[in-house]
Write a protein that binds this ligand. Sequence first.
Ligand SMILES: [Zn+2]
Length: 372
Amino acid sequence: MLSPARHLSISWLSWLLAFTCFGVISFGCAPVSSADLEENREAETNSKPETNTKTEPDKKSELDGKTYLSSLSGTVRIPASRLPIKVYLAPMPKGVNFKDSYQVMLKDAFAHFQDSLAAGSFLPALSFVYTDKAEEATITCRFTDNEKEMHFAQEGGVTELVMDSDGIMKAKITILVPRRDCYIKKVALHEIGHALGLAGHSPDQRDVMYFSVQPDLNVDPKEVKLSARDIDTLKAIYSQSEKPSPIVKVEGMERSAAGRAMIISNEGSAAYKAGNFDLALKKYQEAYQADPTNAVIARNLGGLYVNLGSINLMARNVKVAETFFKNGIDVLSKHPDNKPFCRQACTAYGSLLMMTGRAAEAKIFIEKGQGK
Ligand SMILES: [Zn+2]
């Protein structure tokens, strides 16, 4: 049997592992232009971001076959330990705005990535497997008809990346409907590109990773494909031998309240990494206040509370530790995504209660920790 002190130190170590800070970035992108909006959706043309294309038809040969690595905000990727990539497709919601063909376009997009990346001898393991468990997936995808889930007007999709020290841990893709199938296919390819580590946009409008989709897009969805540059850029990222440097901020993130909250959270994570827990706490609290709906921000704050609880418990500041644990459980319990972390927090708090002679109360939290 473990002595209380020994038990505590093991628990502390597991906390450090569980809560290495998470970076989170979000790509609000693929704005749709008014001509591509379906008739039942009102267009707002005045907020269209400035176009910045450097592409002219006579420069085609000059650009072909090159990468746009230099246009990206940095490089991140899904680490080899998380391959093949598990993908979860949320069931299509009911309603007139949702068509089964959207799900088909999404699956076609994944298949197209897999075919394109498998060509030649390049990393055959960079492939996708579908799972019906969202919690075990690296990439999750869902459709929404709520424009408010986008960062700004005319956006077609959003991808949120959660990173740990190994690279991309989770990518959450949300695609706005209703739209034409060809447009959905293009947005799906674009967002999957972000999910795989294309952290930014191409300056060339012929690339899927260009930031917007052209208004005249009305083609057979089968014709909507990645460009050679899209593929080569992705291959370049996954061929790098050294660990990619994680990025903490993407151009345009500051445009939305949700994006600004993520930036603050990432500043908290940088402080956390540097060992400045006071500053990390301040930043995470600020980020959580700005966007309490973001599960990653809640996880960062809740995780830090629990870590601080453990540190204070080891220093025998039981009262302070207790407050931190309770705050941690409170924040972590609000998001279904954070269930496993909340259970760990309950277990840690249960240990504190047990050590301080409150066995009946301890039992409740230890059982919660076991998922009962
Ligand atoms: Zn984008």
